[in-house]
Design a protein around this ligand. Structure first.
Ligand code: HEC
Length: 271
């Protein structure tokens, strides 16, 4: 029997979010180059370019911006051909391209924020997104280009994002209690409070900075900054008991608990 092995190459197709911001990037162009003729009651062709809504209301010819279609948008045609602004003071190529990009992204009033974890932009987070994320990590993708892939929000794409995303897919991202390192904790509902049912064992603050690991008993007492230890200095104990943190870690503004979770207050305990 001959077995034919197919190697399937998965093509990386992540939507790239440039996210042109109308107010800070497009309106200033109109303000400096267009509104002296396109504003107020005597606006040329009744086209006012003083605000997003006015632009989208169009002029005597109807809509001048067709979302997602710069080539069929009269406004782009006129600036691209140099007809607007009148005379020889054309917009620069990069301004024209930026307006095309804004139109092609949907001519939105503000940039469309990608949904974190939804790498293929299909509205759901599932195993397809995990495949894309693994590819992206292997190919050295950057969190700047693919913010939706930076699942733990630390500014880099690496295996921790994969661990977290796999956990989201398996456990969901609302009820699930997942820390920065990707550890998943059992939870228990008590009255109207949701508690973690296991001890914390994370080694990073929520922003990704490391919590120092102190292994020498003598060093503990002199500290005035956050640190953790393992029971008996044996990291495998953290699986059973969680890790031991000093007060400075608990009190740190960066947050030691998973996103959306907090250290219980006296009020929470006495409830
Ligand atoms: C010096 C005055 C002036 C400036 C500045 C100017 N325009 Fe115009 N605009 C006109 C005139 C005049 C018309 C009518 C042209 C015609 O159809 O013959 C017009 C028409 C238009 C139309 C067609 C509107 C419609 O409904 O038919 C668009 C789109 C347009 N301008 C966009 C722009 C943009 C974008 C800018 C800035 C980059 C700009 N214009 C700057 C004078 C100006």
């Amino acid at each position: 029997m001959k077995i034919c092995v197919n190697i399937i190459f998965i093509v990386l197709m992540l939507p790239l979010y440039a996210g042109v911001d109308y107010n800070s990037e497009i309106q200033p162009i109109f303000n400096s180059r267009c509104t002296n003729c396109h504003s107020g009651s005597d606006a040329e062709e009744d086209l006012s370019l003083t605000s997003y809504n006015n632009v989208m209301n169009g002029g005597d010819s109807g809509d001048v911006v067709i979302p997602y279609d710069h080539a069929n948008s009269l406004l782009w045609q006129y600036i691209n051909s140099g007809f607007m602004p009148p005379g020889t003071n054309d917009l620069t190529d990069s301004q024209i391209d930026l307006i095309a990009e804004w139109i092609n992204e949907g001519a939105l009033p503000e940039p469309n924020e990608p949904m974190v974890g939804d790498l293929n932009d299909d509205g759901v987070v599932n195993v397809l997104d995990v495949v894309l994320l693994v590819n992206s990590v292997l190919n050295g993708g950057s969190a700047d280009d693919y913010p939706q892939a930076d699942v733990n929000g630390d500014g880099t794409l690496n295996v921790l994002d994969v661990v977290t995303l796999v956990n989201w897919v398996l456990y969901g991202d609302d009820g699930a209690c997942i820390d920065y390192d990707g550890n998943v904790y059992e939870t228990i509902q008590i009255g109207n409070q949701l508690w973690m049912a296991e001890n914390l064992k994370v080694t990073h603050y929520r922003d990704g900075s490391e919590i120092p690991n102190i292994t020498n008993n003598g060093d503990w007492s002199g500290l005035s900054t956050g640190a953790y230890g393992d029971y008996n200095n044996n990291p495998t104990n953290s699986e059973t008991y969680g890790r031991l943190y000093n007060w400075y870690t608990v009190d740190d503004d960066r947050g030691v608990c998973p996103d959306g979770w907090h250290v219980p207050s006296m009020g929470n305990i006495q409830y």
